[in-house]
Design a protein around this ligand. Sequence first.
Ligand code: TYD
Length: 209
Amino acid sequence: MKEGFLITFEGGEGCGKSTQIKKFARFLEEKGIEYLVSREPGGTEVGEQIRNILLHSKAELSSTVEFLLFSSARAVHIEKIVKPALKQGKVVILDRYYDSSYTYQGLAGDLDLNKLEEITNFAIDGAVPNLTFLLDLTYEQGMARKKENPALANLDRIELKGKTYHDKVRQGYLAIAKRFKDRIVVVDASQSIDKVFQNVIAIFEEIYK
Ligand code: TYD
């Protein structure tokens, strides 16, 4: 049986992750490749409760607390959903993973990346992505897209943090891509949906054999 393959999609607000993931899933379906699309907390009850605190708490949360909450939700999701699917040989596609924490809480939230890596490695228990797509877009372009699409118009607590924070998110992502260049591929997300998708597929086909 083929071994599982873990793919993650990352990027700032409005970068088009969900659209690309939908197209990618359809592509795998047509190819007859078994897959699972998921995202933290992925339907686990504990994860849902943690996510609710993260996105809707009225209280001010420090980057440290945010990171630890995301890591807990991550650990449950990996153990209960992702690892079993990888064991069955599936391609698992995640909408955001720990690169989001490294970027949002780490580089944009001023936490020490080495410390985050240590805790993350503990939480994910070896589930490092085989391939990560970073859909790169400026904050302005992302926000303009969100305004065009009513489904994306409801901003959560993190999205409401403003331009200075989100500019740091973009720069942070690019720094993370450099640090983990063996697995992260930067895709220019300002291109058309179809162009971005062509890039994604070309990279996937080169690596997944
Ligand atoms: P999500 O619901 O996935 O929204 P989006 O449509 O932007 O992908 O993510 C919600 C917010 O949580 C988003 O602003 C990014 C943030 N986030 C972190 O700050 N750290 C993390 O580890 C993760 C997974 C998400």
